[in-house]
Every structure is written in C-alpha cells, then in structure tokens.
Design a binder for this molecule. Structure first.
Ligand code: HXC
Length: 295
C-alpha cells in the first residue's frame, strides 16, 4: 500500500526498535526505513534478526541487528551504545518487544506473571533509561539540537479487562503509565516526546495467532465497528506520523489529490501536529475497545 507520507518524513533519523525483527515491530522498521530513517533492531533470536536485516537492506534501508534481551540491563546498555557507535546518534526508540500467552489467573504462576512484566514493563523502562542521554536534544551526534522520540507499543486490553491476560493487562497498563510519566518529565526537561500506540487485533501477527484462536478471531471481527482486522501497515503508519517532527509530512501525490485547497491546508495543519503530540497513547483498533453488544 502506498504511504500517504512524504518519503523524507524521517530522513536523517536513527531509530532503534526492540522486537523490530518480526511482526508489528518489523513493519515499523520497514516503514521507518522507507521514510528515510536508519534502523537498528534488537531481538533475542539472531536468525530472526539476520532475516530482517537482509530484507531491510534489500530495500536500500541502512539496517543492523543486535542480539539482546530487554530484561537484561547489560544487553540494553550494550545495544543502545552499539547503535550510536554504528549510526553516530539516536533519535527514536521504539519499544515493541513483548511476551505473551493465554493463561487463566488461577493457573498462572507468579513467575509467569513476572516474566511478562519484566519483558513489557521493566524492559521498556530499562531501554528508555539507557537511551535517555542519547535522545536529549544535546545528545551525542546531534547536528541540530532536537529532542528525540520514544514510542511504546501497548494494547487496549487493560482499558477494561481481558480473559486470560491478567499478566499482559497489568504489563501494558504499566507501559502506558511509563509513557505518560516520561512524557511529563523528559518532555519538560529534555524536549523528548514520549507517545504510545495501542494496537487492536492485527492480522498476521504472533499476537493474533497465539492469543486469538480462529473462533475467537471470527467473533472479534464481528464486534469491531470497522468490521475488519487491522494490518501491520496501519500501526506502522501511526508510528511514522508520531515519529515525524517535520511540518511537511504529506506526500506530494496525496496533496495533489486534495482538490479543495481548504482541505489541503487543513490536512497539512493536522499532519504537522505530529511534533506537538506528547504523552498520548493512540488506539489503532478500529474502535474495538469501545464496542458493546447492540440492545
Ligand atoms: C502459562 C507460561 C506459559 C504459558 C510460559 N509460562 N509460557 N505459563 N502458560 N503458555 C511461564 C512459565 O511456566 C514460567 O513460569 C514463566 O512463564 C517463564 O517461562 P519461560 O519459558 O522460562 O520464559 P521465556 O523463555 O523467557 O519466555 C518468555 C515468554 C515467551 C513470554 C514466556 O512466550 C515469549 O517470549 N514469547 C515470544 C514473544 C511473543 O509472544 N510475542 C507476541 C506478543 S503479542 P514458572 O513458574 O513455570 O517458572 C502482544 C500483543 C499484546 O504482545 C496485545 C494483545 C491483544
């Protein structure tokens, strides 16, 4: 699908993505690259990273993979530093690494609960903490003093409650709290924007196949107001929008298609708002979390 955004929207930016080698994380890596960013991806499986880096470089995207587990402080530190050594700077951190499985609360061991908290919540904090000094507006390698961006991938399941996902709900609620608190502290002190994206059910992902057996998936589909599963592309486009601090974000072909100048102006104003968004968590779920049975 053609991107509505200018292919230079992220030109010159360096992005590090945890979980960037597969699923939603890989689609964000790809779209960041297609919009001009250099991309470092971090993951636990070297074979997955190798495949992802080959696919990115085949598209002409400067890319590198680093093996590491976000639960290990030394890995977080090493990967952040290696990214800066390789690309010279760091502008964007995307926390997309996540652990997940279905388990009823009474069958879930405390260690199972802790494992997901450690990956999703503590891992996100650890990565943010290690990346901070590079994301500051006067961070190493910054030609122009601009604060960076942190993008945390969470979910919508903790807005209400979700069957058999007490661990994930708690972890993603924690991630959203990190997003807001870091947006307040680091937005104020260092000009770093911190935002989140909360995907709904996205087709062709580990989350869908592990967490939503076919029969649940079919029921879910019927309760989504837009009546279809999301695509990884939908999440990646939201990420490009939030990541870009450029004023002129829309591609010329999309602007040309807006025959009415007032609409063009309105859209341009709207897209330039990306740089003013801080502390927001954008649900991209077709409205699923709002849906209720019809009376
Ligand atoms: C019950 C389980 C379990 C399961 C693991 N545990 N899998 N309990 N049911 N299916 C428990 C173990 O028994 C153990 O507790 C503890 O969790 C740690 O298990 P390990 O296997 O040692 O952990 P590890 O090898 O580190 O694996 C981490 C993992 C794994 C989270 C368990 O599944 C994983 O990383 N998966 C890949 C990532 C993934 O699934 N990504 C998709 C994310 S989708 P005990 O007590 O026995 O020691 C997503 C969407 C969110 O995030 C939004 C949804 C709508």
């Amino acid at each position: 699908m053609e991107s509505p955004f200018n292919s230079n929207a992220l030109r010159g930016k360096v992005a590090l993505l945890t979980g960037g080698g597969s699923g939603i994380g890989f689609e964000i890596s790809t779209q960041f690259g297609k919009h001009g960013a250099s991309v470092a991806i971090m993951g636990r499986r070297m074979n997955v990273l190798d495949g992802a880096v080959s696919a990115l470089t085949a598209l002409g995207i400067p890319a590198i993979g680093f093996e590491g587990d976000v639960r290990k402080l030394e890995d977080a530190k090493r990967v952040v530093e290696a990214t800066v050594r390789h690309f010279g700077r760091l502008d964007i951190l995307v926390n997309a690494a996540a652990g997940n499985f279905l388990a009823a609360a009474e069958d879930l061991s405390p260690n199972g609960f802790k494992t997901v908290m450690d990956i999703d919540t503590v891992g996100t904090f650890t990565m943010c903490h290690e990346a901070l000094k590079y994301l500051k507006k006067d961070g190493p390698g910054k030609a122009v003093p601009t604060g960076g961006l942190i993008l945390n991938i969470s979910a919508t399941l903790h807005y209400t409650a979700a069957w058999y996902q007490i661990h994930v709900s708690a972890a993603k609620a924690g991630v959203d709290a990190l997003t807001r608190n870091l947006a307040l502290e680091w937005g104020t002190d260092y000009d770093i924007r911190v935002n989140g994206i909360a995907p709904g059910p996205i087709g062709d992902t580990a989350g869908m196949s592990k967490l939503q057996p076919d029969e649940i998936s079919n029921n879910t589909r019927e309760s989504i107001p837009l009546y279809k599963l999301g695509e990884k592309w939908d999440i990646a486009m939201a990420a490009v929008y939030l990541a870009s601090d450029a004023g002129n974000l829309l591609s010329n072909s999309h602007i040309a298609r807006c025959v009415d100048t007032r609409i063009t102006l309105m859209i341009q104003q709207l897209v330039s708002l990306g740089k003013y968004i801080n502390g927001s968590i954008l649900p991209v779920d077709g409205g699923l979390w709002l849906s209720r049975p019809r009376y």
